[in-house]
Structure formats: structure tokens, C-alpha cells
Design a protein around this ligand. Structure first.
Ligand SMILES: [Zn+2]
Length: 257
């Protein structure tokens, strides 16, 4: 059976000297694993179409229970992003999250749209990276069924605007009055601006998702809170995230003897 899809390549693994396995994020079929025979001999457009982070048009065929790539042509390769180590490592981390969080056997249109928009922002240097990262993490978690409850205090039910504490372990908030008694040890105080931004990322229409502004300091805070929640939900080592953070660090000064 033959099938054509537009898909983002979210994982690439070389199988042996010639063959390669790719994981594709598609709108209709979610994640699709496909084999490419002789992939590493291919050159030109077809080769770049099947690299990590390429958004391409694929002709696939199914044989028994395996899917194979017959042809691939690039739609969008995000060239600028690939030239920038920091952007590239962040995008690679996004790919790892997609393979972890997109549910098997379900349509992937939401995550695909989110990923393509975030990659576009990285490629065109629209928005600061901490903002893109937090939007991607929180919105993807929401799509994957891990939406935190930011509506009301988990203990008294009030709707606090300020002095909110976010508990990443439970995915809930506490008002200033309840925090001492009810919040877990990992709870984080969240400033009013960052709290508003978090609610925007969770609840806004997709068209408005990227349309908010925060100071650099607040973006750092947003990034910290978002990542704490992500790590509490995913509970796995994420090598691509660790690598991204290593890249962000300024090189250590060599000690002179
Ligand atoms: Zn309360």
C-alpha cells in the first residue's frame, strides 16, 4: 500500500552502513516509523529531505507491518536554524519531546502545527528562545493530556491573581493563604506576569499563542517554571535538554597554573 504524507523528521537512526530509520510526525497518523533502504547513499534533495528537522513530502509504502520511505522531497529545511548551534540544539530537544509525548496511534496535527511554528520562530529569530521553549513545552504537555490546573487554588478554590505558588509535582496552584499548609516542597513562587503568560500558553487560541511579551528577567522565570513542570511530568533523562543547557553556559575559564 502506498501513501503520501507531509511530515517533520523528528528522529533519525542509522541502522547499518546504508540503511536508516526515521520517525516522522504526521498530521493524520501521528508518529510513523519508516525504514529507508540505501539512505546513506542518497544525495541531494532527497537526502536533505530525510534529515532531522526537515519538513518534507514523503511517499511511503507499507509491506507487511513495516513502513518504508520510497521518495522524499523537502518542503522546508530551516536552513538558518541549522547554522546556529544554540537554536539547533533547542530544536533537537523539541524533537526528542515530540517522540516522548505525542501519543501513539493518534493524529498529530496539533503537535505538528506547534512544532512547525516554533521551528519557524527559531529559524527567523522571531521571539526570544526562552519564550519559544516555554510555549513549546507547556502547550505540548497540554496536548499530551498533562494540562496543569491554573484556574483556581487547589485547596480553597479561590482565583488568585498575585502571590501564586505553582506546584510542578501536582500541576496545580496555591494562593498565598494556602501555600504554607498545602503545597509540596517543590512549589515555586510565580510572579503575576509569568502566571498570566502561563495561562495564556495553556488557554489561548493557537492564532494568539505566540503573541505575548515579557521582560528578559520574566522570560527566564517562565522558562524555569515551565521546565520544572515538564521534568516532573516526563520523569526521564532528556539528553537533548542537557546538551542545550551545556551550550548555553559560558565556557569555563581555564585556570592558569
Ligand atoms: Zn487557597
Amino acid at each position: 500500500m502506498q501513501l503520501t504524507v507531509d511530515a517533520l523528521v523528528v528522529r533519525v537512526r542509522n541502522m547499518d552502513e546504508l540503511d536508516r530509520l526515521v520517525v516522522l510526525l504526521t498530521a493524520d497518523r501521528g508518529l510513523v516509523t519508516a525504514y529507508m533502504k540505501g539512505a546513506r547513499r542518497t544525495k541531494g534533495a532527497s537526502a536533505s529531505a530525510t534529515e532531522l528537522l526537515s519538513y518534507s513530502h514523503f511517499v511511503l509504502f507499507q509491506n507487511r507491518d513495516r513502513t518504508f520511505v520510497d521518495r522524499a522531497e523537502p518542503n522546508r529545511l530551516f536552513f538558518a536554524l541549522r547554522q546556529d548551534m544554540e537554536a539547533l540544539s533547542l530544536a533537537t530537544y523539541f524533537c526528542q519531546l515530540l517522540t516522548e509525548l505525542v501519543p501513539e496511534g493518534e493524529p498529530g496535527d496539533g503537535p505538528l502545527r506547534l512544532a512547525l511554528n516554533c521551528l519557524h520562530c527559531l529559524d527567523k529569530k522571531q521571539l526570544e528562545r526562552p519564550q519559544i521553549k516555554a510555549i513549546f513545552e507547556l502547550r505540548l504537555l497540554t496536548m499530551a493530556g498533562y494540562m496543569p490546573d491554573l484556574v483556581a487554588c487547589a485547596r480553597c478554590g479561590c482565583a488568585p491573581e498575585e502571590g501564586v505558588w505553582f506546584d510542578p509535582g501536582q500541576g496545580v496552584i496555591y494562593c498565598p493563604g494556602c501555600h504554607d499548609d498545602a503545597a509540596g516542597p517543590g512549589a515555586i513562587p510565580v510572579s503575576a506576569g509569568v502566571f498570566t503568560a502561563m495561562r495564556h500558553i495553556l488557554y489561548s487560541d493557537f492564532e494568539k499563542l505566540f503573541a505575548f511579551r515579557l521582560s528578559p528577567q520574566s522570560l527566564e522565570e517562565l522558562q524555569r517554571v515551565s521546565e520544572a513542570y515538564l521534568l516532573a511530568r516526563v520523569e526521564r533523562v532528556l539528553p537533548a535538554l542537557d546538551f542545550y543547557k551545556t551550550i548555553l553556559q559560558p565556557p569555563a575559564k581555564k585556570e592558569t597554573p
